[in-house]
Write a protein that binds this ligand. Sequence first.
Ligand SMILES: C[S@@+](CC[C@H](N)C(=O)[O-])C[C@H]1O[C@@H](n2cnc3c(N)ncnc32)[C@H](O)[C@@H]1O
Length: 295
Amino acid sequence: MTGGFDTPRELGSTTTDVLAEATVRLAASGVPSPEYDAAELLAHVTGTSRPALRLAGEPTAEQLRAFWALVVRRAGREPLQHLTGTAAFRHEELAVGPGVFVPRPETELLAGWAVDRARDLVREGRVPVVADLCTGSGAIALSVVHEVPEAQVHAVELDEGAFGWASRNLAGSGVDLRQGDIATALSDLDGGVDVVVSNPPYIPMGAYASVTPEARDHDPAAALWAGEDGLTAIRVVEQVAARLLRPGGRVGCEHADAQGEVAPAVFAAAGRWAEVRDHPDLAGRPRYLTARLAR
Ligand SMILES: C[S@@+](CC[C@H](N)C(=O)[O-])C[C@H]1O[C@@H](n2cnc3c(N)ncnc32)[C@H](O)[C@@H]1O
């Protein structure tokens, strides 16, 4: 068994006792937010929400068995979202699991930037054309199409497994989802896209040891690694955005917090972008760049 403990039949069974014990056990395994995760897992097995947990009745024996089984797996550093099967992202609940990158809160601002740019175009009386490159679960594309229903949204994903999750999340949304390599994808839209948004892989191979077990062991490799300097995919996004965008169109691209200068420099060095800027995430760390196609 992973997690290093047996199902604790001898422990208290009130919500308060169970949460306290699970929090201690998750913390001992190095889980970064043990109290939150314990409450999320208990809410999941009891079919309620985390804020409503204390108002719900005490868990049944069956629910407790299911809960402790999940706590053991979380202590083994399986992502919380794989255990509950969903990830919250802006106003969305995405289905996630093995084979797809779990969307992160730090990407929500980049998605919000794309939403805002699309809304600007709606205010001008235009139908915004938006392309989400490397869509993974479809989180960014789904946010844009739900928050700006006037937008025409396209999404591209290469990996077979991730494409399956995106298909599920984007079904019925109106997003045009395509499987393929962003390097050559959406060529029928060349020069006609208003907003390109992308959260590509950007971790340097050398950073392996610093990546959390949740990401390293459970996010797909294709979602994480991007060559020696972590910029391989960002360089492709720069080229593809230049191909897809109409003159004056805008690109937003996420990067690692250590790439707050080198990622914008990829765009600045190409000589075809104006207003190359970097932006922080909710924690104040450099997180995404934006630029406008000059020609
Ligand atoms: C970091 S994940 C981001 C997923 C999603 N956009 C998000 O923010 O949660 C990067 C995604 O890019 C996909 N990917 C990597 N290289 C690609 C390529 N050349 N063409 C299309 N998709 C690619 C990976 O399979 C993965 O799903």
